[in-house]
Design a protein around this ligand. Structure first.
Ligand code: NAG
Ligand code: NAG
Length: 287
C-alpha cells in the first residue's frame, strides 16, 4: 500500500508541474507594416510562486504538425538565433519576467498564421499555439471605361481596380438606385510578391449602359465596405460642332476692331501734323 501511495504522490506531482501554465490570447490581429503583438504570459501558481524561466521558444508553424521555424529563442541565459524583426514585447525582458509576449516590429503578410510558444521554467513547462491574423486595407478603387469615349448603343466595359489589401476582398457594383450589378461582372484577384491582393473587376454593358452613374465598392474579407468610388459614364460625343468657330469669330472681330482703331488714330495723328505744318508755313509767310 505504501508504494501505491508513493506512486500516487509522484503522479500528482507530475500533473501539477505539467499543468497548463502559459496563457495566450488565442486571436491576435496584426496590421500590415505595423507592429503586431502575440500576447502570452506564464501563470504562476501557489506551488511555484516565483518561477525562473530557463527557455522560451517562439516558432512560426507552417502546418499544425510541423516542427516550426524558430523566430525568437532564449535558452539558459542566451539568445538563440533571433530572427530580425522579432523580439519580446517587453524590451527589458529577463528570466524573471512572466510576460513572454512576442512583438513583430514590421508585420508582413508572411507573418499571418499559427505560432507556438514553448516555455520551460524551473517548475514545469508548457506550449501553446496562438494565431496571428494579418490585415491590410485596400486602396480607394479607381474606375475607367473601355473604350474611353463611350459610343451610344455599343458594347462597353467598366474596369474597377483596388490594391494593397489582405486577406482577399471583393469588388461590388451598384447603380444610382443602389441596385447591385456584381452578378454581371467578373472579378480577378492576383497576389503580388509581398502577398497583398490586387483586385480587378470588369462590368460589361451590351448595347450601352442604362444608368449615368455606377459605384464600385471594395469590401474586406469579413464583408465590411472599406471604400467606394462613383463613376460617371462619359457623355456621348455631341452632334452639334463644338464652340471653336465662335471663338475664332470673336478673335477676328477683336482684331478688326483694334486694327480699325489704330488706323483711325494714325489718320488723326497725320492730319494734326499736316495742319500744324500748314499753320506754321502760313505764319512764316505772314512775317
Ligand atoms: C506584456 O507586455 C507588453 C509590452 O510591454 C504589453 O503590451 C502587454 O499588455 C503585456 N501583457 C500582459 C498580459 O501583461
Ligand atoms: C474589415 O473591416 C472592419 C471594419 O473596418 C474591421 O473591423 C475588420 O477587422 C476588417 N476585416 C478584415 C479581414 O480586414
Amino acid at each position: 500500500m505504501a508504494s501505491g501511495g508513493t506512486l500516487l504522490f509522484i503522479f500528482t506531482a507530475l500533473c501539477v508541474t505539467a499543468v497548463k501554465s502559459v496563457e495566450c490570447k488565442t486571436k491576435n490581429v496584426g496590421h500590415y507594416g505595423q507592429q503586431s503583438l502575440l500576447e502570452c504570459v506564464v501563470k504562476t501558481s501557489t506551488d511555484a510562486p516565483d518561477p525562473t524561466i530557463r527557455t522560451v521558444a517562439w516558432k512560426k508553424l507552417t502546418s499544425p504538425e510541423d516542427e516550426g521555424d524558430l523566430v525568437l529563442g532564449f535558452n539558459r541565459g542566451k539568445w538563440d538565433r533571433p530572427k530580425r524583426g522579432y523580439r519580446f514585447a517587453d524590451p527589458s525582458w529577463d528570466k524573471k519576467n512572466m510576460n513572454v509576449s512576442l512583438l513583430i516590429t514590421n508585420t508582413a503578410v508572411a507573418d499571418d498564421g499559427d505560432y507556438e510558444c514553448i516555455v520551460i521554467t524551473d517548475s514545469g513547462d508548457d506550449n501553446v499555439v496562438t494565431t496571428l491574423k494579418v490585415q491590410a486595407r485596400y486602396s480607394v478603387p479607381t474606375v475607367h471605361s473601355i473604350p474611353e469615349k463611350i459610343v451610344p448603343n455599343t458594347d462597353s466595359t467598366l474596369i474597377c481596380e483596388s490594391h494593397g489589401g489582405y486577406p482577399k476582398g471583393t469588388l461590388r457594383w451598384f447603380d444610382e438606385e443602389k441596385y447591385e450589378w456584381t452578378r454581371s461582372s467578373e472579378m480577378e484577384a492576383t497576389q503580388s510578391d509581398d502577398g497583398l491582393f490586387q483586385l480587378t473587376s470588369r462590368l460589361l454593358f451590351l448595347q450601352g449602359s442604362t444608368f449615368q452613374k455606377y459605384t464600385c465598392a471594395v469590401f474586406n474579407a469579413s464583408g465590411s465596405k472599406e471604400d467606394e468610388i462613383i463613376f460617371e459614364m462619359p457623355a456621348p460625343p455631341r452632334l452639334t460642332p463644338p464652340s471653336e468657330p465662335i471663338e475664332i469669330c470673336k478673335i477676328v472681330v477683336r482684331l478688326v476692331v483694334i486694327g480699325s482703331l489704330m488706323v483711325g488714330l494714325l489718320c488723326v495723328l497725320l492730319f494734326c501734323r499736316w495742319k500744324a505744318q500748314r499753320e506754321y508755313s502760313f505764319l512764316v509767310s505772314l512775317i
